[in-house]
Ligand binder design. Structure first.
Ligand code: SF4
Length: 251
């Protein structure tokens, strides 16, 4: 992938130095060999992979129409299907281009998202924006949402019954969008979408397919994790290059 000056500038902003193969490095170029996930994965990454969800306690989801974007958004705002409804400031249905090829699915709203009503804001959102910019995509070109639409108290992981209750909305959003590819951000997102308990460090190494569909899913680390563990940005950059290829973004 040939990077433009702007993309190289974005990479520098993210904190990723560009690497070159030894054989193709220009004279004087900074050389960093591409690390493998195994080599670069910090021990803390294992924490991200621990299955922590509680046993399922299904709750009834009220009958509602989910046949259009407006229906979905309205239904989310009216929903009280799980306990998260009573603890959040507001619902965070998702934002972006409703014809996007790329759908980004995170875990759940955090403090800033809960206040603003938009997913991936604050420092994590800024890093995500820069990662997208590095492959020539703006936030307005993608659709961004979360597994659950209400903030779990104290940023805990959503419980399995909460994920299950909210999945009706995510499924409806995926059906409306029919994205070309899904970027699954973080452990809760990956485990929920892929019905897996494998470590994120393992899931990140290969492409997946959304169960019962032909939509490819790329797993990547959550920007909040990347902010805490800058070396993992090299792996995330590989993920962005994979997206670039799937989305066929080269002119
Ligand atoms: Fe409804 Fe989802 Fe919020 Fe639970 S998290 S109340 S299912 S919108």
């Amino acid at each position: 992938m040939v990077l433009s000056a702007r993309q190289q500038h974005c990479l520098k902003g993210i904190g990723i130095r560009r690497w070159f193969e030894r054989s193709s490095a220009p004279t004087g170029a900074e050389e960093i060999l591409t690390p493998t996930a195994q080599e670069i994965l910090p021990p803390e990454a294992a924490i991200l992979s621990a299955p922590t969800m509680e046993p399922a306690r299904p709750k009834p989801v009220p009958a509602m129409s989910l046949d259009s974007w407006d229906d979905i958004t309205r239904s989310i705002h009216q929903c009280e299907a799980c306990d998260l409804a009573s603890n959040c400031t507001q619902k965070v249905p998702g934002v972006g281009n409703q014809q996007a090829d790329l759908m980004i699915i995170g875990e759940g709203p955090g403090h800033d998202e809960d206040i603003k009503g938009e997913p991936f804001v604050g420092r994590s959102g800024q890093l995500l924006d820069k990662m997208l910019q590095a492959i020539g995509i703006s936030r307005s070109q993608v659709f961004i949402t979360n597994i659950v639409k209400c903030r779990p108290p104290n940023n805990r992981d959503p419980h399995r019954d909460e994920v299950q209750a909210c999945s009706v909305f995510l499924r409806a959003q995926i059906k409306q969008l029919t994205p070309k590819v899904i970027l699954s951000v973080g452990r809760v997102s990956a485990h929920s979408l892929l019905n897996s308990t494998s470590p994120v460090g393992k899931l990140i190494r290969e492409m997946h397919q959304l169960p019962e569909s032909d939509i490819p899913v790329k797993v990547t680390y959550h920007p909040a994790y990347l902010l805490r563990n800058p070396p993992a940005k090299s792996i995330a950059w590989q993920d962005m290059k994979t997206l670039h290829r799937i989305l066929d973004l080269d002119p």
